[in-house]
Design a protein around this ligand. Structure first.
Ligand SMILES: NC(=O)c1ccc[n+]([C@@H]2O[C@H](COP(=O)([O-])OP(=O)(O)OC[C@H]3O[C@@H](n4cnc5c(N)ncnc54)[C@H](OP(=O)(O)O)[C@@H]3O)[C@@H](O)[C@H]2O)c1
Length: 329
């Protein structure tokens, strides 16, 4: 089979398309013929050695995908050859075949395309876990999303609206803000040119927002923390800007704000039941047309480097998908 291979940590463009042996089935796993895989920020980090997980070489990046099961291990229950599925192997997605533990596979609803399935689990899963399980976002509350046009940010806008919140979307360009508006954001904020605290104050009649969803970090986090009202919750989701901010803790003391960490991948491992429930919720919302992954850029397997670079260079909006085998539908 063909796969994108990382043989040493380094720049994204050192990844190569290679002929590699097919995976050999383990009893706890399934083998999936991959239709599409989507790009996520951790894919850019993992090949550079900048991610918390450092797999042994050689490995293929690719955190999440959709495809059709071609082999089922003896210990795997609930799946059969021919099933259309979504999977979150963590690595290995940018390849024609991938072997995944049965616990990390979920049925793909017939109404969902391979591209949409590949774009569902990680970003929507993270944002649903953050907003519902961690922040306990309530109907009528105000949610400020930083990096709102990116993968997890766009999902947070859609889910925030489904959960009945007023959503303030913060991003760096007019084009990105238009994208957020089309996803349902109520208020748009350019965090490179507008005064964040003033915009949030006006939007909340001086009260401050209830929840901040921060997938960006860097210079954006502290003003966002300051824009939170009484007992506001600050969700630490990621540091796409590269810098991990150091927030003065008096900002938590004043107004009794909470700083809450979000680590979806670890939560999925610790709470597989909760993860399945969230995936079922997401599938239900997709079927009722309440949400729909927006795929703004598509690449083929040979151009996976360009796909990952597209996201890493701050150009992506919504999801970037690599169509591995378009015949698999
Ligand atoms: N905690 C978890 O469980 C979890 C799960 C998934 C992802 N994450 C993390 O969440 C973050 C976002 O992931 P994503 O997949 O949504 O990425 P993405 O699609 O690339 O979005 C990131 C956003 O960050 C903003 N940004 C600001 N400075 C940037 C810079 N220097 N380089 C790149 N982007 C920059 C960009 O928007 P503007 O141009 O508008 O600023 C961009 O839209 C990453 O740090 C990722 O590791 C965490």
């Amino acid at each position: 089979m063909h796969a994108i291979v990382c043989e040493a940590f380094g720049p994204i463009n050192q990844l190569k398309l290679q002929e590699v042996p097919d995976p050999v089935l383990k009893s706890s796993d399934v083998i999936i013929d991959v239709g599409a895989a989507s790009v996520n920020f951790p894919d850019a980090l993992i090949v550079q050695g900048l991610y918390q997980n450092k797999p042994p070489f050689p490995f293929s990046p690719g955190h999440e995908l959709a495809g059709i099961i071609s082999e089922v291990g003896a210990d795997v229950l609930g799946f059969k050859v021919g099933d259309r599925v979504v999977a979150i192997p963590g690595i290995g997605g940018f390849a024609e075949k991938v072997m995944v533990n049965g616990s990390r596979v979920f049925p793909l609803t017939p109404k969902m395309s391979m591209e949409e399935g590949a774009a569902l689990a990680l970003t929507y899963g993270t944002s649903l876990h953050a907003l519902q399980n961690i922040a306990k976002l309530q109907r009528g509350e105000t949610l400020l999303v930083l990096g709102a046009s990116g993968g997890v940010g766009a999902a947070a806008i859609e889910l925030g609206k489904i959960m009945g919140a007023k959503v303030i979307a913060a991003a760096s360009t007019q084009e990105k803000l238009e994208f957020c508006k089309n996803l349902g954001a109520d208020i748009l904020l350019n965090y490179d040119t507008d005064d964040l605290k003033t915009v949030v104050k006006e939007a909340t009649l001086g009260k401050g927002c209830d929840v901040v969803y921060d997938a960006v970090g860097g210079k954006y986090s502290e003003p966002a923390m300051r824009s939170l009202g009484w007992r506001g919750r600050f969700l630490v989701v990621g540091f796409a800007a590269g810098e991990i901010p150091k927030i003065p803790l008096n900002l938590a003391l004043l107004s009794e704000r909470s700083i809450l960490g979000v680590f979806w991948g670890d939560w999925v491992r610790r709470n597989p039941e909760g993860h399945l429930q969230n995936m079922e919720l997401l599938t239900g919302w997709f079927e009722s047309k309440a949400l729909k992954p927006v795929i703004s850029a598509r690449f083929d397997l040979e151009h996976t480097v360009q796909a990952i670079e597209h996201l890493a260079s701050r150009k992506a909006m919504g999801k970037v998908v690599v169509n591995i085998n378009p015949h698999i539908q």
